[in-house]
Design a binder for this molecule. Structure first.
Ligand code: G4P
Length: 535
């Protein structure tokens, strides 16, 4: 196994070094679900394709959503899936479902060490790919690229590579090279291992046949590849060697180079090579940023942070599951950890690991793993769990929502339940909830319009409470920072604009950029921000 410890750091203990925690990002329809399914299949986590039902969100209709919400098991198991692949333990963290892009996605990416970017060979870099890529870049995540749907007519290989380089400003190095395209696609030449991979069109779940080749002059090539395609392959590879950088592991690990594999997820082609890529080249669990010091995976003491909270996973129990990324140490079931925010000890007696469609008790877990901790709402996004140290993991922001609406209970007698329901969703990170200083009702903020409908349905389903969302007089929310007295004075002078978020922190609501500019001008002590770092 290659050493994946970052430079100037000791080698990781083998159990930690074998962990690979990553997410798959893509524009809807590029093939994320199909690829995930094949990963699970080859990782032995599912028996046949077709079991992962969660699909690309953009084309999901409202009724699909509700079905998914009812069928909790799916979205839950899809949050983090652990399985073994050869000598490695893969933790595949799903980038969340309920909107094309939300802060959930960002937070999910704080829990992983690498990302696989799937692109459609015919479409290249699409809008969502770019957005998600930018988030990965903010964290310098190493990225592996999978160019999917090579069984269809797509673009020229150089053109695709060029588009990624130009659009995303990252060096691209071919890990494999496609031979033919569309109907003529026969497979790939594995550049990193000098192998020929041939696609089996007859059986979609069969892994490609792999033939070891002694370089491009090996006569074996001619036995498997039609002459015209072989001539083209030789020519293209020669050009690629001249024009494109060779794989440089250090550049990949620092996020400035992405290796690209070509394949067809639906035909199980190229998937194993990609899995081998993330296994062999890493990275393993990385150092996590925290205050007052960063946390290294090999440290003996256990520390971790909550990056996602999911409520009502089991309709019979009103439990919540907090998803924790272990940043260091060796966790064992029953351990008592300190919940840093409340400074209280917490016995972690029922941690769960998510193995494809089942959840099972986690007897142990290591740095890099994701465990689910059932709780009654004590654990919030951003919370740290440690063996006593007062750590705060940084870089888990809360963004200002882009859409605001007022929420009222359909039945005024039940209005007080609305408070509880909305607070729950605020804790889950599914919405921002603001209680205005003046007037009744709540202002709810989300990133995608569909989320209002999802919220209304969930409140009705889970709390038996019909609600109405109405347009709000406000369109923007900004957190208010500054010395306590200045904030107090500002709040009093702008009561009609002020609200409190679910933590009680002051928020300024407005519909005009002009207002925001005016605050900057008139209140030099006050800073308005579109993000709030969670503690
Ligand atoms: P997503 O999660 O990124 O949204 O993509 P998903 O895997 O759902 O794939 C989107 C569509 O692309 C699906 O077709 C899927 O079958 C197809 N697809 C995935 N990989 C390949 C591939 O390698 N080659 C080809 N030709 N198609 C691929 P669909 O018609 O939308 O759905 P379905 O009816 O096939 O399930």
């Amino acid at each position: 196994m290659l050493d994946t410890a970052p430079k100037n750091r000791p080698a990781l203990p083998p159990e930690i070094a074998r962990r690979r925690t990553f997410a798959i990002i893509s524009h809807p329809d590029a093939g994320k679900t199909t690829l995930t399914e094949k990963f699970l299949l080859f990782g032995g986590a599912i028996q046949m394709a077709g079991q992962v039902r969660a699909k690309g969100e953009a084309r999901r209709t409202r009724s699909d959503f509700m079905q998914m919400e009812k069928d909790r098991g799916i979205s839950v198991s899809a949050s983090a899936m652990s399985f073994d692949y050869k000598a490695w333990r893969f933790n595949l963290v799903d980038t969340p479902g309920h909107s094309d892009f939300s802060e959930d996605t960002y937070r999910t990416l704080t829990a992983v060490d690498a990302a696989i970017m799937v692109i459609d060979g015919a479409k290249g870099v699409e809008s969502q790919t770019r957005k998600l890529f930018e988030v990965c870049r903010l964290r310098d995540l190493p990225i592996l690229t999978f160019c999917n749907k090579m069984d269809r007519e797509g673009r020229d290989t150089f053109e695709i590579i060029d588009e990624i380089q130009q659009n995303l400003a990252i060096d691209v190095t071919p890990a494999s090279w496609p031979i033919g395209m569309g109907r003529d696609f026969v497979g790939c030449y594995d550049i990193l291992h000098d192998r020929l991979e041939l696609m089996d069109r007859a059986d979609r779940n069969r892994v490609a046949e792999s033939i070891k080749i002694a370089g491009l002059d090996d006569p074996k090539l001619a036995q498997h590849v039609p002459a015209d395609l072989l001539a083209q392959l030789r020519e293209e590879l020669e050009m690629a060697r001249e024009l494109l950088p060779a794989f440089d592991r250090a550049a990949f690990l620092e996020g400035s180079m992405t290796p690209i594999w070509f394949g067809s997820a639906i035909n199980s082609f190229g998937v194993k090579e990609l899995m081998d890529g993330i296994a062999e080249y890493g990275p393993g669990p990385q150092v996590q940023p925290a205050e007052p010091r960063q946390v290294a995976p090999e440290e003996d003491r256990v520390a971790g942070f909550v990056f996602k909270v999911q409520a009502n996973m089991d309709p019979k129990h009103r439990d919540r599951v907090a998803f924790v990324r272990l940043a260091s140490g060796h966790f064992q079931r029953g351990m008592k950890l300190t919940h840093v925010r409340s400074k209280k000890p917490m016995a972690i007696s029922n941690p769960v690991l998510f193995l494809a469609s089942d959840r099972e008790l986690a007897e142990e877990a290591w740095a890099g793993d994701i465990i689910g901790i059932p709780n009654h709402g004590q654990l919030r996004i951003g919370d740290a769990l440690t063996e006593g140290e007062g750590l705060r993991f940084t870089g888990i922001p809360s963004f200002a929502p882009e859409l605001l609406q007022t929420c009222r209970a359909g039945d005024p007698m039940k209005a007080k339940h609305l408070d509880k329901a909305l607070m729950q969703f605020a804790e889950e990170g599914a919405a921002k909830v603001f209680k205005p200083m003046i007037g009744s009702g709540f202002v709810v903020g989300v990133v995608g319009a569909l989320q209002f409908e999802v919220l209304a349905s969930r409140i009705e389903l889970e709390y038996g409470l019909p609600v109405r969302f109405e347009s709000s007089q406000f369109t923007s929310a900004r957190w208010v920072h500054g010395p306590k007295e200045a904030v107090e004075k500002f709040s009093q002078a702008n009561k009609q604009h002020m609200a409190a978020d679910n933590d009680g922190d002051p928020v300024y609501l407005t519909r005009l950029q002009w207002d925001i500019d005016r605050v900057a001008r008139d209140y030099p002590d006050i800073r308005l921000s579109a993000t709030k770092e969670l503690m």
